[in-house]
Design a protein around this ligand. Structure first.
Ligand code: AMP
Ligand code: ZN
Length: 478
């Protein structure tokens, strides 16, 4: 398989350290708010990579962290802790916030068929590991203590800026505008490994350490959690492109300083999902969630399909018009699968010949849009239905668009529609009334339950200024 490696800036053969086995690390969410659909684009594309490697026969072990401490509002060690900010906003404790948004994140993943990594590790569960690695960095002279904090000394490295060709002199502190200079730093690019003193000293979660009561910086968690579960040699490290600097650059600095040898061979970065007005951002608070898309009548599979239509190394623009196009295209795809009858024998030779196009697309730096073309080609190839269906199901082990399930539902709906109509309409309307009542009583949990129950049955509620309408799977608005 050819994969673009941000480290070498080239598309190159992906060769894991141990033949047949892949160690894969993914930067997980900072759980202070809902994931926005930009974050979810990154996790969808990483999921396709994970699934394709397994499909290709690799034994993949994938680890993801949950950032529940240490990520400040600026990636360059300044500003308030994001978790603390979330807790203040909602009048809850940091751990309550972390638990709630971690659950929400995995619920979104479930709806989007994003496989749960083999290991999911919250940063707060690994404080001892961070302290051990930071102590070793101090011993080796790669870290220093200043103003109560422990900093990584980037001047000790031959090359610090691995992902960017920036001249050090050109860089403002941590490259972000509006970041105050931290007078304790010996070099502009140095970063905090452990805080005991910050302007925001009212941090809720603190731990004893050899340097006093404090908390870890954000970058150290990914290095430590990866090494803890995947050892000294990592094959694949994934994240959104914004993480390349400073986060991944700092991860490489501290991991390689600690290990004394190269650490990760291949870096996979997913480019951003933007809106017409620019980058989507959790911290700005103006973001789109999967639930919002659902409430507007888009099945999560439509969003997954939308993401797969473009290459992960291109930025992608979100608009409702684009979503409507994806929705119509996904529906047509499902209808094609639903029209197939599993009759006859699968023609194995034809199956393999056809499958080569899918494999070729995916082997070419995970070209999912070409893989979808390969799927359309398979559905219209001069083959019997059984072979076409087998191909669609085979590709869907990687694409995970629920094709077989959606096709089955569509067939059921089509055969049941006329007889059930009247009774169903009465029942839906009763449920809409019950939900409105629950909302009036501020019982939002009950209102959400009703919406989810209807959604599970293919009824999508649409809230408008005039009231609630609904859409039935495979049919227009009622
Ligand atoms: P966070 O929860 O902020 O730590 O981010 C989770 C993941 O989403 C990281 O891999 C980010 O790089 C990625 N990410 C953040 N914003 C976007 C975006 N607009 N589009 C795609 N991925 C993003
Ligand atoms: Zn990370």
């Amino acid at each position: 398989m050819q994969l673009y490696n941000s480290l070498t800036r080239t598309k190159e053969p992906f060769v894991p350290h141990e033949p047949g086995r892949v160690s894969m690390y993914t930067c997980g969410p900072t759980v202070y708010h809902y994931a926005h659909i930009g974050n979810l684009r990154t996790y969808i594309m990483e999921d396709v990579l994970d699934r394709y490697l397994r499909y290709a026969g690799y034994d993949v072990r994938r680890v993801m962290n949950i950032t529940d401490v240490g990520h400040l509002t600026s990636d360059a060690d300044s500003g308030e802790d994001k978790m603390l900010k979330g807790a203040r906003r909602e009048h809850k404790t940091v751990m309550e916030i972390a638990r709630f948004y971690t659950d929400c994140f995995f619920e979104d993943c479930r709806k989007l068929n994003i496989r749960r990594p083999d290991v999911v590790e919250p940063a707060t569960a690994c404080i001892g590991d961070f302290i051990r690695v930071i102590s070793a960095l101090l011993e080796k002279g790669y870290a220093y203590k200043a103003g109560g904090n422990i900093y990584f000394d980037t001047s000790r490295l031959k090359q610090y800026y691995v992902f960017h060709n920036f001249e050090e002199e050109d860089l403002a502190v941590g490259v972000r505008e509006g970041v105050e200079e931290d007078g304790n730093k010996r070099n502009k690019a140095d970063f905090v490994l452990w805080f005991t003193k910050s302007k925001f000293a009212d941090q809720e979660l603190k731990w004893e350490s050899p340097w006093g009561l404090g908390y870890p910086g954000w970058h150290i968690e990914c290095s430590c959690i990866s090494m803890k579960h995947l050892g000294e040699y990592l094959d694949l490290h994934c994240g959104g492109i914004d993480n390349a600097f400073p986060h991944h650059t700092n991860e490489i600095a501290q991991s390689e300083a600690y290990l004394g040898h190269p650490w990760c061979r291949c870096w996979f970065h997913v480019h951003h999902l933007n809106t017409a007005s620019g980058k989507m951002s959790k911290s700005k608070g103006e973001f789109l969630t999967l639930s919002l898309l659902e409430s507007r009548g888009y099945d999560p599979m439509v969003y997954r399909f939308f993401c797969l239509q473009s290459h992960y190394r291109r930025s992608l623009v979100f608009s409702y018009e684009n979503m409507d196009n994806a929705k119509a295209a996904y529906r047509r795809l499902v209808a094609r699968v639903a029209a197939l009858r599993p009759e006859g024998e699968v023609d194995r030779a034809a199956f393999e010949a056809q499958r080569a196009a899918f494999v070729q697309a995916m082997d070419n730096d995970l070209n999912t849009s070409l893989a979808l073309t390969a799927l359309y080609d398979a559905l219209k190839a001069p083959l019997n239905d059984a072979t076409r269906l087998a191909l669609a199901e085979d590709y869907d082990r990687v694409l995970c668009l629920n094709l077989a399930e959606a096709a089955r539902r569509l067939r059921e709906e089509e055969s049941a529609a006329p007889a059930a109509d009247a009774a169903l309409v009465r029942e839906i309307e009763a449920q809409i009334a019950a939900r409105a009542e629950a909302k009036r009583a501020k019982n939002y949990a009950e209102a959400d339950r009703i919406r989810a129950e209807l959604a599970a049955r293919g009824v999508t509620l649409i809230d408008t200024r005039e009231g609630t309408t609904y859409r039935l799977e495979g049919q227009g608005k009622a």
